[in-house]
Write a protein that binds this ligand. Structure first.
Ligand code: SF4
Length: 437
């Protein structure tokens, strides 16, 4: 039997697809490319944007065309929020939500045997049960995502995720450590602790336990040399927390602190729970306490009611605070969210203009940030050969700057010192201090 996966969306989905892949392999399935003929196609969907839904539907059609006799299983955020819509798409045999992906093999087998459609989507808004999934291998051999948390209780007005992912629930810390240990034994050097709202990690556990406690435990795992954390709510970084994490040697100094707007009025309408001033204090404190820290962020332009003046405030903020990278999104309403009912939408051409202005300011900040490393030596975990650049390998510094260097031998999976010679903005180029294998 052959199974093929198509994964859309975030790192949590990638993790869950890996975990489902391991389950299929244990049952004797061969994993093939999504373009190949398979007996079971699993589409792990995303619903963050309208585009996510569209791509999910396209993947379903593609699977059924590739093999009309196959079982098509649709799981994840789109099927969780719109189970009726998904089950009515031609060719869908199994529909699961976001908290029962671990049952995928069972339902796929039943759909094959009984030639029936199964729709198993449960309410997740009150479900505080973390679904136990785990991985011991990863296709990318250098770093692995570990899902430590699911759900979000924040309900930002533009976001559908709390409806798709449900209430906050955390993986038992002992199980996280066991999983990280296995990954370390299997040769992984870097783990990325991920979740939907990792700042909430531990809030549902019986004992008092939070993300910083977990990071201190993961730090002790042998074999793991780098720890990263996924995108995180800025308010998690209280002075106390920064003091604690500044002592961790393996925690990479790169934090993705979602900002969304640099204007208090807009932040309030988004139901974000911080002010611009608080954000500035958090960034300042991180920069003071953590050497070489890189802070990146997400920002939405053209949120309903964002005036030219509000946008100017955000733009000036971006220019002043000089983050090392900003991902800009033009707001688009998401059905089912509060913001979709706001009637003061910003015109598309304004969104476009604003997006371009932020990208230009960000490019300058990015360039300045990377420039600081020219002439310096940095540690790079090399990941892969560079396509189209013969003899070059690429990897990332601890603070997540992409670096390329030439080598006569395969250096994937190694952490090596590199002398940085040139800043190409989207990556740095340098030479290995000493080639060692
Ligand atoms: S914090 Fe806000 S943007 Fe992030 S997942 Fe929760 S509701 Fe969505």
């Amino acid at each position: 039997m052959k199974v093929a996966f198509q994964t859309l969306g975030c790192r949590v989905n990638s993790y869950e697809s890996e975990a489902m892949t391991e389950k299929f392999k244990k049952e004797g399935f061969e994993v093939v490319d999504f373009n190949d003929k398979a007996d079971v196609y699993v589409i792990n969907t995303c619903t963050v944007t309208n585009m996510g839904d569209k791509k999910s539907r396209q993947a379903i059609n593609k699977a059924k065309k590739a093999n009309p006799d196959s079982v098509v299983a649709v799981v994840g955020c789109y099927s969780q929020t719109s189970p009726d819509e998904v089950s009515n798409i031609d060719g869908v045999d199994v529909v699961l939500g976001t908290r029962n992906k671990g049952d995928i093999v069972y339902w796929a087998n039943r759909a094959m045997a009984e030639k029936n459609q199964f729709v198993e989507v449960n309410d997740v808004l009150r479900n505080k049960q973390f679904e136990e999934l785990e991985i011991s291998e990863y296709q990318d051999r250098t770093r692995a995502f570990v899902k430590i948390q699911d759900g979000c209780n924040r309900f930002c007005t533009f976001c559908l995720i709390p409806f798709a992912r449900g209430a906050v629930c955390s993986k038992d810390p002992k199980k996280v450590i066991e999983e990280v240990k296995i990954l370390g034994e299997n040769g992984f050097k870097e783990v990325i602790l991920s979740g939907i709202h990792i700042a909430s990690y531990g809030m549902d556990l019986e004992e008092e336990y939070e993300l910083a406690d977990l990071l201190e435990e993961v730090e002790k795992v042998e074999g793991i040399e780098r720890i990263r954390i996924g995108s995180i709510d800025p308010t998690y970084f209280t002075k106390d927390v920064v003091e604690r994490i500044s002592k961790l040697k393996k925690l990479c100094p790169h934090y993705h602190l979602s900002l969304q707007s640099g204007c208090d009025k807009t932040l309030k309408r988004m139901n974000r729970r911080y002010t611009v001033e608080q954000y500035i204090d958090i960034v300042k404190n991180l920069r003071e306490k953590i050497k070489d820290v890189s802070i990146t962020t997400d920002l939405i332009v053209g949120f309903p009611g964002e005036t030219d003046e509000d946008f100017e405030t955000t733009l000036n903020f971006v220019k002043d605070i000089k983050l090392s990278k900003i991902h800009v999104f033009k707001y688009s309403p998401r059905k089912g969210t509060r913001a979709a009912t706001f009637d003061d939408d910003v015109h598309g051409s304004k969104k476009e203009e604003r997006s371009k202005a932020i990208i230009a300011a960000d490019r300058k900040n990015e360039e300045d940030f990377a420039d600081k490393y020219v002439g310096k030596t940095v540690k790079v975990l090399f990941e892969e050969k560079v396509k189209g650049k013969e003899g070059f390998y690429s990897g990332y510094t601890e603070n997540y700057i992409k670096v390329m260097a030439e080598s006569t031998e395969d250096i994937s999976g190694l952490i090596l010192d590199v002398d940085i010679k040139e800043n190409h903005i989207i990556y740095l180029e340098g030479s290995l201090i000493k080639e060692r294998i």
